[in-house]
Design a protein around this ligand. Structure first.
Ligand code: HEM
Length: 479
């Protein structure tokens, strides 16, 4: 790939001069493999962040034969995200790997096919729909609370990330299929276990220099195939059931009760394969991202008891006699819980970078980006920079409260791209935030949290989404 021209502006002192890719700074690398080895070895986002410290907000790397432009520049990143799907696309390797798994839908489709899927997906997850799903969230939060209570009673260590993945699976399947799996209670968890293999596998295949799995099938590849086939069987069964329901009651077409019914009622009829792809995508995109973000919330709650106290005070004011806030109006009053969630997402975005490709030659400000350029948008760097937030490295939920805090003099929420940006921003954002605020408030109302591990032992790991390494909690009932 040839990246030939880059015109620099304020970021670079040599403004308005023309540069080749080779003129951009690059970290030191291997003559043949380029930067592949360190990229594969460390958590990718941290490796990129270290390189940005060394080279600045705009630099180049080479992963084997593939050259990449890396941008941590918030304005350039915002502009690139906005100019999709016309000028930039997701990196084709993402689609190639997902298509190989039989999935082509809103996350990996481009152009008109993306538009076809984006509309029903965005409609199924818009704020009005999320509010109508609220009773599901309440039921699932109550179940989560019950499970946490069981751990508290026995004194057993709680692998909170695993429990949160069950919570998000139950919520997402209810919304996608209209059927409430009960993985939280340890039942129906086969689908969830199978889905858990997906992200790590996509991540490994994305960064593999060669597609070995197409030639030699390892044990893990075979297990993955089996998991995919289970997921496929389950989803196709749900599609069959929904088709039958719609045939029996055609009025459902005007008022679909879940994503699956909505897809099957689309004017432009979708095939079962297309519906399968769309539902798989929703399950894939909705589970790990939200569960991992919530795992980071729990990490902070365990380390900031004063934040738990304040959350508890708010919870007691907003829903004094209830275990879980059972109306959307109560949920909307949880302003401190919202602030905690925003702060965690800023510091620990589960998608710290996005990998794209230029579809054609594009000018952005003074930059010219040639067609075919591979681009990594590193978004977290700007989110934790003092230029954009007061004492940016610090965990300070107060910065997100509407008023009364000195930190607001330096507060630029626009640079937070944890949910992406532009026309392809995450359509699950409202759902994810509602789930997160609810769980944050409910857990803090009922429990004090203590980590079994020392906080310094917990690292950021990356397997397509960024998550904390495993930690266990001791829970004790609040007074
Ligand atoms: C805290 C939780 C979540 C985070 C941090 C997150 C983050 C993201 C990010 C960064 C993207 C890429 C956006 C872009 O390219 O600009 C994305 C896309 C997407 N997300 Fe989420 N997400 C979360 C939860 C969810 C949920 C709950 C769902 C649905 C149930 C969902 C569905 C999707 C879909 C379908 C896309 C593809 C959109 C497109 O390409 O048009 N996400 N998400």
């Amino acid at each position: 790939m040839l990246l030939l021209v880059c015109l620099f502006n304020a970021v670079n002192s040599s403004a308005n001069s023309i540069h080749k890719l080779e003129d951009l700074p690059a970290p030191s690398g291997h003559w043949l493999l380029g930067h592949l080895r360190p990229f594969q070895r460390g958590p990718k986002h941290l490796v990129l962040e270290n390189w940005a410290q060394e080279c600045g907000d705009l630099f180049r790397i080479r992963l084997g034969p593939s050259k990449f432009l890396v941008s941590a520049h918030p304005h350039i990143n915002g502009e690139i995200l906005k100019r999709r799907p016309e000028d930039f696309r997701r990196h084709p390797k993402i689609s190639e790997i997902l298509e190989e798994m039989g999935v082509l839908a809103v996350f990996n489709a481009e152009d008109d096919l993306w538009r076809k899927y984006r509309k029903p997906t965005a409609e199924a997850l818009n704020l009005r729909k999320v509010k109508s799903f609220y009773p599901i969230l309440v039921r699932k939060a109550a179940q989560l609370l019950k499970r946490c209570g069981e751990f508290e009673e026995t004194g057993a260590a709680l692998d909170i990330s695993a429990l949160l993945r069950r919570f998000t699976t139950d919520v997402t399947t209810a919304i996608a299929f209209g059927y409430e799996l009960d993985t939280l209670s340890g039942k129906d968890d086969h689908l969830q276990q199978c889905m858990e293999m997906v992200f790590p596998m996509v991540n490994d295949r994305m960064s593999a220099p060669l597609p070995w799995w197409r030639i030699i099938r390892s044990k893990r590849d075979r297990q993955f195939d089996e998991s995919l086939s289970t997921v496929r069987g389950t989803i196709l069964q749900f599609i069959g059931n929904a088709r039958e329901r719609l045939a029996l009651d055609p009025s459902l077409k005007d008022k679909p009760t879940n994503f699956l019914e909505a897809l099957l009622s689309e004017e432009q009829a979708l095939t079962s394969e297309e519906v399968y792809s769309a539902v798989f995508t929703l399950l894939m995109a909705g589970e790990d991202t939200t569960a991992n973000s919530l795992a980071w919330v729990m990490f902070y709650l365990a380390n900031y008891p004063e934040v738990v106290s304040r959350l508890r005070k708010e919870a007691k004011e907003v829903y004094p006699n209830l275990d879980v806030p059972n109306t959307i109006a109560q949920h909307q009053h949880l302003t401190y819980a919202q602030a905690v969630v925003q702060e965690v997402i800023r510091l620990k975005p589960t998608s710290p970078q996005l990998i794209l490709q230029a579809q054609r030659e594009v000018k952005i400000g003074h930059y010219v980006i040639p067609a075919g350029t591979n681009i990594i948008l590193q978004n977290r760097i700007a989110q934790v920079r003092d230029a954009h937030f007061f004492q940016a490295e610090k965990f300070m939920p107060e910065r997100w409260l509407p008023k009364g805090c000195p930190v607001h003099a330096n507060h630029q929420p626009d640079v937070v791209r944890a949910f992406g940006g532009g026309p392809r921003y995450c359509p699950g954002k409202h759902l994810a935030l509602h789930e997160m605020v609810l769980v944050t408030s409910v857990i803090a109302k009922h429990f004090d949290l203590e980590m079994r591990e020392h906080p310094d032992e917990i690292m950021e790991a990356f397997s397509f989404t960024m998550h904390p390494t495993e930690f266990n909690l001791n829970l004790s009932r609040s007074n």
